[in-house]
Design a protein around this ligand. Structure first.
Ligand SMILES: C[S@@+](CC[C@H](N)C(=O)[O-])C[C@H]1O[C@@H](n2cnc3c(N)ncnc32)[C@H](O)[C@@H]1O
Length: 206
């Protein structure tokens, strides 16, 4: 079955500068590893980590540098090209989240879906994606998700916290933590960082 286009795809040219912007931040010495630091704290040493929608590779590369075995996947060809240019040693799959199969890629101690990926998914695919990510968790594995709640980016949706929690619950996931930033500020109305765990029923996505 064909997946619906992601909101990121539909935004097209409006988002073209994203990868270059982060490459420039990196070149200027700016901190672009906040998400990776929190992900590292959540994972066992030498963990298997999946970075879904890895963009220009900043989070995946920072996790590799911290000793994790990272599978990065990014469906946007321009971002994969930026990733190759910035982090030539980082392997990146072209899969979109709904096409990730645990038989092919294995299961993970931590699935990272940060930097607004959740608000750029295809319309009405949020539960499918969350179920799919759940099916990719190793026993005891967790998901780190983070996104802007008000959807101010070009082409992204507004994703209120209560809607995300309902989607997570319907997908067999429980939010064990909610923060307002990757530096663990308290919850706020602008940005949400979630840690999700699977329940006992781990049937693959439907
Ligand atoms: C704002 S960028 C974030 C990139 C990266 N996570 C970061 O933090 O630098 C949003 C990303 O979501 C990805 N995305 C949107 N829908 C997706 C899906 N269904 N599967 C995988 N990636 C998706 C886009 O391709 C894009 O790379």
């Amino acid at each position: 079955m064909t997946n619906p286009p992601t909101r990121w795809q539909l935004a097209g040219e409006d988002n073209r500068g994203y990868g270059r912007h982060f490459a420039e931040l990196r070149a200027s010495g700016s901190d672009i590893e906040g998400e990776a630091r929190l992900a590292d704290a959540l994972a066992p040493r030498g963990a298997r980590v999946l970075d879904v929608g890895s963009g220009m590779g900043r989070v995946a590369a920072a996790l590799v540098a911290r000793g994790h075995e990272v599978v990065a996947t990014e469906p946007d060809a321009a971002l994969r090209a930026q990733s190759r240019a910035t982090y030539p040693d980082l392997a990146v799959l072209p899969h979109e989240a709904l096409d990730l199969d645990p038989v092919d890629v294995g299961v993970f101690d931590l699935v990272v879906v940060v930097g607004n990926v959740m608000v750029f998914l295809g319309e009405d695919t949020e539960r499918q994606v969350l179920r799919r990510l759940r099916s990719l968790l190793a026993p005891g594995g967790r998901i780190l998700a983070g996104f802007e709640l008000r959807g101010p980016k070009s082409g992204s949706r507004v994703y209120p916290a209560e809607d995300f929690l309902a989607d997570a619950a319907a997908s067999g996931l429980t939010a064990t933590w909610r923060f307002g930033s990757y530096e663990l500020h308290g919850p706020n109305d602008d940005y949400a960082v979630w840690v999700l765990e699977a329940g006992h029923d781990r049937r693959p996505s439907g």
